[in-house]
Design a protein around this ligand. Structure first.
Ligand SMILES: Nc1ncnc2c1ncn2[C@@H]1O[C@H](COP(=O)(O)OP(=O)(O)OP(=O)(O)O)[C@@H](O)[C@H]1O
Length: 581
């Protein structure tokens, strides 16, 4: 009888674990590792997506429960520092109670309801994280925008997104006021920071009197959770809708295997709050893994400040853009001691192998490059434990089936160039964006046959590693040769004279177009003879890569045009080159 009883009990447990609708709500017996592995197995298609899911109640509150029971490493959920020496540390419990208060503020004082949209244009202040979680709890769609946006940009975004609430800082509010009257959807305005302003509610004052009792909305997995704007590298930024599960569950594999995160880790991602990269590395990937989100609120990216922060705080995992790694190795971080740091990741643009090699020499650490878009979680990555191929994007991250396809959506053989694509037939991955907001044409245009196409060109090698060639628009077609800017830029960066470089097409009467390099010189080379230097750089490229790729035109410049995220806008340089034609 006892065996039969045990057998029944075992099967009941198994049924609960396998149940598609299972949530962690109220289940106190779960272990730390089970939270991550449950969501990981959904990513690996071993378990079905639950019908209802909410990151706040199903993940964050679960970590808070384990923390309370003493079954989670004593790591804060959130650790924020500023240049002025201020510090904020929240446990998962504190994050829970503060975000419940914030949810009440949004629902009561701001009169927002489930499904309404709220736009937050804030620098890296702790309230950004609170409001993010508060919106999840209330089922409000959160729309982050970078504080580098101009009032005109914000006006466009408010109109386009039909946001009912604008949240901004006391310093940004005056500049915004001029454009707000034109936003017919806007119902409430919330200020984060000190001081009062006519017509604005103040979060701090409202939080002081808000109740910490709030029942989390039971959101459906596919319900919209957040809208992010793309960087606008190739055109006007697109509004990408992500659901509660796409970002909420989809980052489990990214966090565990690419970022190497566990509940003992402290993750620092330097991305600005307005970009999807902050959702990746400062919200979902670390928190689904129970790690601590570390934030340094610094108005400007200064390599010496980054290096000091990495030395001073027990940061274990560091993520920053390739350009930032480039600035760090140029600053030379060899003299710093990053005692806790054990894992570095990057993405968002191409990481040149030269930077990878220098970082390894200076710190002893690899940089694990990953690739993805606002529309996705990590598509490819050089994951922990895998052989790293410097210069490659790594291999497909589950559940994505990544292929290189031709113009008709047919998969091309290994070694052949095509468009990097993610299979959506017969099964569309749950962690792919839902749509471009109010733009069915653009949403449809992102599909080709059985695939979602990224718009990036690449090659897959025999081992399944994907190599980035360039954005489709950036490929140079010179006398029948197709040349990706990345390879030429990587070759040029190996030369000590080159500090930064962008390679684009330029008109040519014979070849149609030729390779042109815009180069920012390293300080020691600024006074060199430009003609001699041009020749030397051309010879250098011919030596380190196929000679037909060398830049026939070279222009030395003071700086390169970049998006607010720091990505090089080759489009701007290209347009100037072709303007006179
Ligand atoms: N590791 C990487 N190497 C090279 N490029 C990368 C890498 N990771 C991401 N990218 C580039 O960044 C893009 C995704 O960035 P994001 O979603 O911010 O929008 P964007 O393409 O920069 O802007 P927009 O779509 O508005 O032009 C990818 O499509 C790819 O071009």
């Amino acid at each position: 009888a006892l065996t039969a009883k045990l057998g029944r009990c075992f099967h009941r447990c198994l049924r609960i674990l396998r149940s598609p609708c299972r949530s962690f709500h109220g289940n106190n017996r779960l272990l730390t590792s089970q939270i991550v592995s449950y969501y990981e197995s959904i990513n690996q298609c071993k378990k079905e997506l639950p019908e209802y899911f909410n990151f706040a109640s199903d993940v964050l509150d679960e970590w808070a429960r384990l923390e309370k029971d003493g079954r989670k490493p004593a790591n804060p959920a959130f650790w924020w520092v500023s240049d002025e020496g201020e510090e904020v540390k929240w446990s998962f419990e504190e994050l829970g109670s503060l975000s419940r208060k914030a949810a009440n503020v949004l629902c009561e004082a701001c009169a927002l309801q489930r499904g309404d949209r709220a736009m937050a244009v804030l620098p890296r202040v702790p309230e950004w994280w609170l409001l993010n979680v508060a919106c999840m709890r209330a089922g409000i769609v959160f729309i982050p925008g970078t504080s580098q946006l101009t009032a005109k940009d914000i006006s466009y975004r408010l109109q386009a997104s039909k946001a009912k609430c604008i949240i901004t800082s006391d310093t940004l509010a005056p500049a915004l006021e001029s454009v707000l009257p034109g936003s017919q959807f806007l119902r409430s305005k919330l200020i984060v920071g000190r001081g009062s302003r006519a017509g604005w509610l103040n979060l701090k004052e409202l939080l002081a009197v808000a109740s910490a009792d709030h029942e989390c909305v039971k959101t459906r997995s596919h319900e919209p959770m957040v809208v992010y704007f793309t960087s606008g590298t190739t055109g006007f930024p697109k509004m990408v809708v992500q659901s509660h599960s796409s970002y909420g569950i989809g980052f489990a594999t990214t966090g565990r295997y690419w970022m190497n995160l566990t509940p003992s880790d402290i993750m620092w991602n330097t991305s600005d709050t307005g970009w999807a990269k902050s959702a990746w590395g400062s919200v979902f990937a670390p928190w689904v893994c129970g790690s601590c989100v570390f934030v340094h609120n610094m108005p400007q990216f200064k390599p010496e400040v980054i290096a000091e922060t990495l030395s001073r705080y027990p940061i274990t995992t560091f993520c920053t853009a390739p350009t930032a790694f480039c600035m760090l190795v140029q600053h030379d971080v060899s003299s710093y001691k990053f005692l806790s740091l054990k894992h570095c990741v990057t993405g968002g643009e191409a990481l040149n192998p030269e930077v990878f090699a220098k970082w390894k020499i200076q710190t002893g650490l690899d940089i694990h490059e990953g690739y993805g878009q606002t529309e996705t979680v990590a598509i490819c990555a050089n994951m922990k434990g895998m052989k790293i191929k410097p210069g490659s994007l790594g291999k497909a991250v589950p559940p994505y089936d990544v292929q290189i396809v031709d113009d008709h959506g047919a998969v091309v053989p290994a070694g052949e160039e095509g468009t990097i694509a993610v299979r959506v037939q017969p099964t569309r991955p749950f962690c792919l964006f839902s749509q471009y907001l109010d733009n069915p044409e653009q949403t449809a245009a992102s599909m080709r046959g059985d695939f979602y196409v990224t718009g990036d060109r690449g090659v897959m090698d025999e081992e399944g590693y994907v190599w980035f060639v360039g954005r489709a628009d950036d490929i140079i077609n010179s006398a029948g040769y197709r040349i990706g800017p990345f390879e030429v830029e990587s070759a040029l960066l190996q030369h000590p004279a080159v500090s930064e470089v962008a390679v684009v097409s330029s008109p040519d009467p014979v070849r149609g177009e030729v390779v042109k390099a815009f180069i920012v010189l390293a300080p020691a080379f600024v006074s060199h003879d430009p003609e001699k230097l041009t020749h030397e750089l051309q010879q250098h490229v011919k030596k380190v890569t196929a000679p037909y790729k060398y830049p026939r035109k070279v222009e030395f410049v003071q700086g390169l045009p970049k998006t607010a995220t720091g990505k090089i806008q080759r489009k701007v340089l290209r347009s100037k080159e072709w303007a006179s034609i």
